[in-house]
Design a binder for this molecule. Structure first.
Ligand SMILES: *Cc1c(COP(=O)(O)O)cnc(C)c1O
Length: 405
């Protein structure tokens, strides 16, 4: 007999058939540049923990002290019983890092985007969104009820054209972009978007998830990197990547933050950030500000690996593989064939390297996605390059065999 839930099985079968089925994979032990998987130590090139702070003793001690003082949860929404002085300290620290008047902490970066976008615009408004934007920006746009127009990735001319054509017919307008694009590692054209937002009286929201703690002279992110500090921008980000904790935030003018505190459902109707997460993020921001060498080490690793990968690809032009232009700690080796990229990922894994193969529908063209950490040392990078070299040699061998056959 059929049940109202029988369609779930069918849906899963369809997902399997399309080769889009996904499952979770456990790592064991403390987070870091080397983790355990299936009892094997693997060098981790799949983490968003760019500064290696998640397993840092200072963050862990801060989290433990907060639990001992306040307990494990925050017991309520921030506007009712869940607000602590610690939350305010964290919000002041985020505002200081970003050099904005104020900041507001959310339970996750995902919720910060959904909550902020849907609070800033509604049915009478227009959103222009980069086609490669993060899922949370896209979901926020849908939830807002605004008219959403996607523009081609990084295409400023198209943004200008769409604004000229449509802006007049809408009340408010919001431009949405990631600052670092998570599946490519490239940056948005921020100064150009900011100029257009001025000309056409549009708000500009930038998602700094992969940029905070990484980009900019003080680690403030892409806004600082592009010299746009102090401009009228809605800056959203996460506490769960370079800052090694969990949670999200919005930074901007005091008026913006006051409005969101009163109107963002994703802030109002959810439990406040836990004391442990709040204290860990606060400790991470102090490290970002006091220890620029950590960020310098990350960038040194990016430069070293970029050079090594370029050299390797130069000698293997027959593989139709390319290193995508990146200005972040995310480096991608693009390979047209999903089968080849899966095979490369598996071979690296056998060699003790964790580097995920990313395939459609997540990205249009499949790729090996490598993320660097400040705590990778030179032997970690050397091992990756050697293992990749061997995996590529085998792939070339297979390719020429199939050509002959
Ligand atoms: C990870 C990420 C988010 C979500 O942040 P969480 O804190 O993990 O929910 C939002 N935007 C971008 C671009 C991200 O990469």
């Amino acid at each position: 007999m059929s049940t109202p839930y029988a369609w779930l099985e069918d849906a899963l079968i369809t997902i399997h058939r399309a080769d889009w089925y996904r499952s979770v994979q456990a790592t064991q032990g403390r987070a870091g540049a080397v983790v355990q998987m299936d009892g094997q130590a693997v060098i981790n090139f799949a983490s968003n923990d760019y500064l290696g702070l998640t397993g840092d003793d200072r963050l862990m001690q801060a989290a433990i002290a907060a639990i001992q003082e306040f307990g494990t949860g925050s017991t309520g929404s921030r506007l009712v019983s869940g607000h602590r002085e610690l939350h305010e300290q964290l919000e002041r620290a985020i505002a200081a890092l970003k050099q904005t008047e104020a900041a507001l902490v959310f339970s996750s970066g995902y919720l910060a985007n959904v909550g902020t976008v849907s609070a800033l615009v509604g049915k009478r408004d227009l959103i222009l969104s980069d086609q490669y934007n993060h899922s949370s920006l896209k979901q926020g746009a849908i939830l807002s009820g605004a008219t959403v127009l996607d523009y081609a990735h990084g295409d400023v001319a198209q943004v200008q054209q769409l604004l000229a054509q449509h802006r007049d017919r809408y009340r408010r307008c919001l431009l949405l972009t990631d600052s670092v694009f998570s599946m490519d590692g490239d940056l948005c054209p921020l100064p150009e978007l900011l100029a257009l937002s001025d000309t056409f009286e549009a708000m500009l929201l930038v998602d700094e998830a992969h940029a905070t703690g990484v980009l900019g002279a003080t680690g403030a992110g892409g806004v600082e990197h592009f010299g746009c500090t102090g401009r009228a921008i809605v800056q959203v980000g996460t506490l769960s990547k370079a800052l090694g904790s969990l949670g999200g935030y919005v930074a901007g003018s005091a008026t913006l933050i006051d409005y969101l505190r009163n109107r963002a459902a994703g802030f109002i109707y959810t439990t406040g950030l836990s004391p442990a997460d709040t204290a860990a993020a606060l400790a991470a921001i102090a490290i970002v500000q006091q220890d620029p060498d950590r960020r310098a080490q990350l960038w040194q690793n990016v430069t070293t690996l970029k050079q090594a990968l370029s050299q390797q690809l130069a000698t293997r032009s027959n593989l139709e593989m390319k290193l995508l232009a990146s200005e972040s700690s995310i480096l991608c080796l693009q390979v047209a064939s999903p089968a080849i990229v899966l095979h490369l990922g598996k071979q690296l894994r056998q060699a003790g390297i964790f580097a995920p193969a990313i395939r459609p529908p997540t990205v249009p063209i499949s790729r090996l996605r490598l993320t660097l950490m400040a705590t990778h040392d030179s032997t970690h990078l050397e091992k990756l390059v050697i293992a990749l070299n061997q995996a590529l040699k085998k792939t070339e061998g297979n390719k020429s065999k199939t050509k002959e056959g």
